[in-house]
Ligand binder design. Sequence first.
Ligand code: SAM
Length: 351
Amino acid sequence: MLPGSDKLSDLWKRDGEIDEALRRETATIPLVRAPEILHLQVTERCNFACPKCYLPELNATSPETELTAGEFETKVLRPVSDLGVSKIVITGGEPFVYRDLFQVLRCARDLFQEVFVGTSGFFLDDKNTDRVLDTELDCVQVSLDAASDQLLEKLMGCKTARRLWPNLERFVRRRDQRGASTRVVVATVISRHNIHEIPAILDRCRNIGVDSVTLQAYHEYDIIYRPETIEWPARVRYDDDFLRQMFSLVDQVIKAKRNGCHLFPHPEYYFLNLYTFFADRPALKVKCEADDFLFVDSRGYLRGCIFSAPLGHVDNGILSYLTSPEYHRFIEFKNDCHLCTHGCAYRPPMD
Ligand SMILES: C[S@@+](CC[C@H](N)C(=O)[O-])C[C@H]1O[C@@H](n2cnc3c(N)ncnc32)[C@H](O)[C@@H]1O
């Protein structure tokens, strides 16, 4: 049985429909816990080449292998929402590189209570800004790891990265002009390469009027979990100078929160864990909450978390994945894994 599990039949009760025959038929299936959030990579392709990217398949899968928007609807979005999953994170790769993104977004808007899109912001020109706002997404998250154009170009491996801040500014301005309710979040990944620019990033975000900033740690992992082997990553050491800057940043954030600043939605202990992640990772004891998510990639593969190899495929059914020995074994593994800063490192500020 999976920890904290609901009865499978309760999943159906949530929809207000109890089919007795189905309930009897499913009574022998192992009990499962319905995930809360669908994490959907519509593509693994990206117009940037960030050396830090955790995706092993970055730019390695072709458009032909990606599910079509119709397939995403019938094989992923509908069955997952039928299971009672109410929130969706649409990401990539770069989601705006996926040809029928807006079709997927509209379908997600119809089927899920909360729709969240994570993007570099590169494609948020006038036209796409209006189309995104027309779609009435709950949240758009833009990733920005540097305040200066020089560092941004270096971290993203491309000169065009200088469009990102102006695009973000335009998006927030247009959102405000239209009185739209889409929240704008900036996600910043902290590493030894950009720690010195984090205060300037926060200043720019405040001046532009973004709703919140998610500060994350650079995770030096790609695949850790495979059904046949677990590859625990080597220990990484950060120097004293970096740790001093991290400590001072966490101190400033916590003080700002205590003074009523709303820019940082995560609780104080999250920022303390962020420091521990760099300073003393073996002491990090954050409960992994990857089972709050269902991770689906552009080809329909299902994973335990973003650091897991594929464990199933949507063609074989989502419920059959959630009740499979492969998923079950991953859950046992993840209960003992404390490698991420907030349970699931990529949990967006949705609640
Ligand atoms: C892989 S990107 C995909 C979506 C989109 N292209 C973007 O730029 O946001 C999703 C998020 O993961 C972050 N990210 C990528 N590699 C990471 C790593 N190794 N550690 C921590 N965060 C990472 C990115 O900065 C971004 O905020």
